[in-house]
Design a protein around this ligand. Sequence first.
Ligand code: FES
Length: 149
Amino acid sequence: MTETWDELQEEVNAEMQKIYSETVIDHAMNPRNVGSMDNADGFARITGPCGDTMEIWLRVRNDSIVEASFMTDGCGTSIAAGSMVTELAKDKNATQALKISQQDVLNALGGLPEESQHCALLAANTLKEAVKDYLVLKNEPWKKSYKRQ
Ligand code: FES
């Protein structure tokens, strides 16, 4: 019996729903805040032990993160984690954003299978480094002119 494309798609979706929360699937399929940012106030690029890289850019006004964006060459769950961590970072000040942890990302995503939890760590660590970069540039603004992103 030949399955139609729609039936096949439904099967794939049903399989994914067994493994991932609705939020993970939503953020993996429709990621928020994707893309680089010109003249960002904070930036970090981290390659995790799995070999995947995440980049995060921040725009900060009055010590509040008004925009956060990300790019990754990683798996679907790293896309979901990057999407979620950039959502969580919005409207936070530097101190609050530094506290966003792997667990916060996992909680906001409704959990991840154990083998994918490091994707949330990569996202949280990249955000932390981007915030630290912002703090360095805030204290030593002349460094911005010499930065490559
Ligand atoms: Fe490397 Fe997901 S497998 S970030």
